[in-house]
Design a protein around this ligand. Sequence first.
Ligand SMILES: [Zn+2]
Length: 287
Amino acid sequence: MKKVGIVAALLAILFAIPSPALAQVRGLYWTTSGFFGPFPITDLIPSVPKEKAREVTIPVSMWVIDHPKGLVVFDTGNNAAISDGGCKQHWAPGNCDGLKPSQKRDDVIDRQLQKLGYAADKVKVVITSHAHLDHIGNIKLFPKAIHAIQKKELYQAWWPEKFQRAGGVFVMGDFDGPARDFNYLELDGDYDLFGDGSVMILSTPGHTLGHQSVKVKLANGHTILMSQDAIWMQENLDGYPAGLNYSVKDYTNSVNRLKMMRDLENADLFFAHDQDQYKAKGGRWYK
Ligand SMILES: [Zn+2]
């Protein structure tokens, strides 16, 4: 082989070796902290017209992200205390009667991690979309993790606007006591979690003051967007706004942002509380 040929061959090998900077997500698991319902969809989205109204039983979505640099949980579901009929000890009774949580102790995120082969104390990062009772419920199970949350959302959790506090959807017992002193990665906008573009935290306010969503790029190049409560379910994409918002304007911008990202990146867009989507696509690994 001539020298030029050898150099060319070496260069070809160099460029064929993937750079460690391109470390990608090994897998993404979608699960649920039990279900809510059944109740009429109009309890959540009052603008759904009569002919499209139906009873729904909805998932309480949580995600596990396995990245070479660390294990991530995105949202921790309902507090373990509400499992197996214990709801009224931890939540306002109206929410127990209205949401009808079906959570069993085995549905709680620590047991789900166990089932998947992970120990809860190996979780490096907990990302919390927002501080409502069905998303921040079990951060206390992860005292050693870094907790990634928007700074504004922490403020709001502790002192919500009066109209957002009504109904007891922020439960102080979820984030008081030892959780006060956790390591919070207090964000103000988007954040590239591992510095390689594979797990992007996206600011999607509106449902609450500091709501955030997550975008994951899988090793196969496919992109998955997890809206959490920025979009509850398909009806919101169909133009019927959610019935619980801090700001309808910000909510609308966030829905549009996620929709356009989905279209531009040819991504899957998964919602927090969509009965049909979870039935078809939840409870499984994405790799
Ligand atoms: Zn919410």
